[in-house]
Ligand binder design. Structure first.
Ligand SMILES: NC(=O)C1=CN([C@@H]2O[C@H](COP(=O)(O)OP(=O)(O)OC[C@H]3O[C@@H](n4cnc5c(N)ncnc54)[C@H](OP(=O)(O)O)[C@@H]3O)[C@@H](O)[C@H]2O)[C@@H](O)CC1
Ligand SMILES: Nc1ncnc2c1ncn2[C@@H]1O[C@H](COP(=O)(O)OP(=O)(O)O)[C@@H](O)[C@H]1O
Ligand SMILES: [K+]
Length: 517
């Protein structure tokens, strides 16, 4: 795998293990890193009039000295500006000594239009806000609109959290090493990095495996081998049955969006469970989706006993009243009726904000994580106030803590959606698009999650796949997208995922692209 995401501590461990295992020592890794940045500068910015390399006192600065030396040797005009000087005996000190250019103090930094800035001030070791001089340099680069190549991370950005400690550089391209860090994908970091290029500096996959990272960029390779394929002898119920709870007469659309999405992602049967007052409005809008009256718990149990749905969607359009939450708790308390899979979204989360412990206890009683919670920022804050308010935690750590607490897969939504499992695995999504910021798109996501759960996909992989597919569908549809468009836009995503060779076809299954007609 190459989509692990390493925290700065994990990267430091990789660095240590790589040096112990050879063949590269620390300075050789630094030379490889600097050479990769210099090669990118030459490939992308050959016409820059002058390359200004800004070096800090640590190893990030060490990389900068290597870049400056390599560029001078190819004939580039290079100026070197330094804040502090490397510790004697460090790799960075070796790099500074090997660099023939004399550094000027960063406080005097100036440049002309047409230049390029290589930002090698601070990377993984950022420990405090940028100094006034470094902040001024970042501002000058922004004001003069010169391109900035940041080494490892834009200086001022935390690689751990994606947050800034005061001022930060706005990079055009960030060159990082071996693997991405959370700060490259979490906001606002993702915006500050520009394009992220991962350079191989000789830290092999075995070393990365030994680090044991449990966070990944959410790419199809993470879940494709668990993606459901209908067996040749499939029938509608064996392909998975999803039940979606509908709201009252003026709030039924959300459930239908979820239901359509569950069907489009491949569930063989979908039933909308509707209060009697909403039956006629639901009936007038549903065709292949089934409809069943469910005013009382007994009626819901009747459906569960008769139809054994593999997954339920509870929340969209139900209303935030505590009674909505109590209904769910009563449903979950009846162990023999406990659904195999559950997606809790929107009002299903908000209605339990006054008694989250009761929900978490019920989810723990369900055993292996079979629930997916899909809170947006506000819902997360309501359900997990203690975690949400902890400013020391990144979005990644918050999602992980919430997942452990609730024994559910948590899909913490937003432009940088994080999916976390109680066992510590997590994924950060990077194909999100602001086109998804449209009413009802979350309901569609809940339906995709449930459709995948119902087809037997494990909860973590189902959450990851749903988030990626949802965003890919929006990208493919393009501007003008509204939530109603998303279920149909899934077709193009699915077709692409199922291209011959993209998915393993289990024996006895339909070959990719074939239909049963
Ligand atoms: N890991 C790897 O595999 C490889 C890593 N490599 C490179 O190493 C980089 C990490 O190096 P690093 O650990 O030396 O940290 P770095 O970012 O240079 O800063 C530390 C120094 O800066 C100081 N300092 C911090 N913030 C400050 C501020 N705002 N204002 C002023 N000072 C501040 C801090 O001071 P202190 O906190 O100790 O007071 C310390 O002196 C990594 O990003 C990558 O580029 C490559 O060579 C290839 C292999
Ligand atoms: N700027 C954005 N970039 C990427 N994804 C976004 C952005 N804004 C919203 N989304 C996604 O759109 C969906 C919105 O869900 P939600 O807030 O529950 O909306 P609704 O309740 O209207 O359905 C989520 O999947 C969220 O991650
Ligand atoms: K940097």
């Amino acid at each position: 795998m190459s989509h692990e995401i390493l925290t700065p501590d994990e990267m430091a461990k990789a660095d240590r293990l790589a040096i112990e295992g050879g063949p590269f020592d620390g300075y050789a890794l630094m030379r490889n890193a600097g050479a990769a940045v210099a090669a990118l500068v030459l490939a992308r910015f050959a016409s820059a009039s002058t390359v200004h390399v800004l070096c800090g006192p640590g190893n990030n600065g060490g990389d900068g000295y290597v870049v400056a030396k390599a560029l001078v040797e190819t004939g580039c005009a290079v100026k070197l500006w330094a804040e502090g000087s490397p510790k004697p005996g460090s790799d960075a000190a070796l790099a500074a000594a090997d660099c023939q250019l004399k550094a000027q103090p960063l406080g005097d930094f100036e440049m002309k239009p047409g230049a390029l800035v290589v930002d090698a001030l601070y990377g993984a070791g950022l420990s405090k806000p940028l100094s006034a001089e470094a902040g001024r340099a970042a501002q000058l680069a922004a004001d003069m609109k010169v391109p900035v190549v940041s080494v490892d991370l834009p200086s001022g950005l935390s690689g751990e959290s994606g947050a800034t400690l005061g001022e930060a550089f706005q990079a055009t391209i960030t060159v990082t090493f071996a693997r991405k860090k959370p700060g490259h994908l979490l906001l606002p970091g993702r915006n500050l990095c520009g394009e992220v290029v991962v350079a191989d500096i000789g830290i092999g996959d075995k070393v990365i495996d030994a680090v044991g990272a449990r966070c990944f960029e959410n790419v199809p390779a993470l879940w494709l081998d668990k993606f459901p394929m209908p067996a040749l002898d499939a029938y509608k119920y064996s392909r998975g049955h999803v039940g979606v709870f509908s709201g009252g007469p003026s709030a039924t659309g959300a459930a239908r969006l979820a239901a359509m999405a569950a069907a489009r992602i491949g569930a063989g049967a979908v039933t909308v469970l509707s209060p009697s007052l909403s039956l006629s409005v639901n009936a007038s809008h549903l065709t292949s989706i089934m409809l069943r009256k469910a005013d009382t718990l007994e009626e819901v149990f009747g459906f569960l006993d008769a139809r054994h749905p593999e997954a339920l969607v509870y929340g969209p359009g139900l209303g935030p009243e505590p009674g909505v939450g109590n209904f769910l708790l009563d449903l979950l308390a009846a162990a023999e009726n406990s659904p195999k899979g559950l997606v809790l979204d929107a009002d299903g989360l908000t209605s339990l904000a006054a008694q989250p412990e009761a929900l978490f206890a019920a989810l723990h009683r369900m055993g292996a994580p079979r629930a997916i919670l899909t809170p947006h920022e506000g819902e997360f804050r309501r359900l997990f106030p203690g975690i949400a308010e902890d400013e020391k935690l990144s979005k990644l750590e918050k999602a992980r803590a919430a997942s452990r607490l609730s024994n559910a897969v948590v899909v913490y939504k937003g432009p940088d959606t994080v999916i976390a499992a109680p066992d510590g695995r997590a994924a950060i999504n990077s194909n999100g698009t602001p086109l998804l910021a449209t009413a009802g798109s979350g309901d569609v996501l809940a339906g995709i999650c449930a459709g995948l759960l119902a087809q037997g996909m494990p909860a973590f992989e189902a959450g990851c796949a749903a988030v990626w597919i949802h965003a890919d569908a929006a990208q493919r549809f393009g501007p003008g997208l509204i939530a109603e468009d998303l279920p149909l836009a899934l077709l193009s995503v699915l077709r692409n995922l199922r291209e011959p060779g993209a998915l393993p076809v289990p024996p006895g299954s339909l070959a990719a692209g074939k239909t049963l007609s």
